[in-house]
Ligand binder design. Structure first.
Ligand SMILES: Cc1cc2nc3c(=O)[nH]c(=O)nc-3n(C[C@H](O)[C@H](O)[C@H](O)COP(=O)(O)O)c2cc1C
Length: 217
């Protein structure tokens, strides 16, 4: 039973008042703009700052979304790590256009990214993998992400097996585990404003140039 009626749910309202976009002074690159907002988000709530919804398109042309964690930003784009046999990886294999959505509620900010996901180099994945806690490293050998398992599956047996295998050794990176960089083609910045008259700024890549546009809320 829902604890709230539909009427009560429809009455949950919030007026966004915390900030605005200064359209008179915009950087040439959306990555500079992103870094500025991301710094604010990190100061506010680190875990929330790095979480984003990654959407892919399945082979059957259906959208599929899930949360992943941002693990790096550079001139190329936005990097996350995952299992290369997972459903999302299969989707990317088939159609490498993805969308990323950051929502920083406390800051009343949203960022929407569309871009091409490309595997990062094995060296870059190795470097990131080395810095992960040992438990997570073992876990990436244990889990064949997105595959169906028995309802009463006990991962501890396989975990023990892998732990034995790597006893006294550094855990190597499974070949089917690594990063993707999302190379953006379009980035929209949304800042909540009073009376739903929000600020929306979009950067669209045309060749080597980023074209800026303001959108109606
Ligand atoms: C807060 C949070 C962070 C997550 N971070 C990651 C991540 O960085 N990489 C990843 O593969 N899955 C991550 N997941 C799990 C994914 O949401 C998803 O369940 C998993 O990747 C399988 O997705 P798929 O079957 O569509 O490939 C995270 C989930 C949550 C809720």
């Amino acid at each position: 039973m829902l604890k709230m009626s539909s009427k009560e749910i429809s009455n949950i309202r919030e007026d966004y008042i915390k900030s605005k976009i200064d359209f008179t002074s915009l950087p040439e690159s959306p990555l500079t703009f992103f870094e500025n907002w991301f710094n604010m988000a990190l100061l506010n709530d680190k875990e929330n700052a790095i979480s984003f919804v990654l959407s892919t398109i399945t082979k059957g042309n259906k959208p599929s979304s899930r949360v992943v964690l941002l693990r790096g930003i550079d001139k190329q784009g936005f990097t996350f790590y995952t299992n290369y046999n997972s459903d999302k990886a299969k989707d990317i294999d088939n159609n490498n256009y993805v969308s990323a959505n950051f929502f920083w509620h406390n800051l009343e900010k949203q960022v929407r990214i569309i871009g091409i996901a490309k595997m990062v180099s094995p060296e870059q994945s190795d470097q990131y993998f080395k810095g992960r806690p040992r438990g997570s490293q073992i876990g990436s050998w244990v889990s064949n992400q997105s595959s169906v398992v028995n309802i009463n599956e006990d991962f501890s047996l396989r975990t023990e097996e892998i732990e034995k295998q790597f006893k006294g050794l550094e855990v190597s990176r499974p070949e089917n585990w690594g990063g993707y960089c999302i190379m953006p083609e379009k980035i929209e910045f949304w800042q909540g404003r009073p009376s739903r008259l929000h600020d929306r700024l979009v950067y669209i890549k045309k060749g080597d140039i980023w074209v800026k546009k303001r959108l109606s809320p």
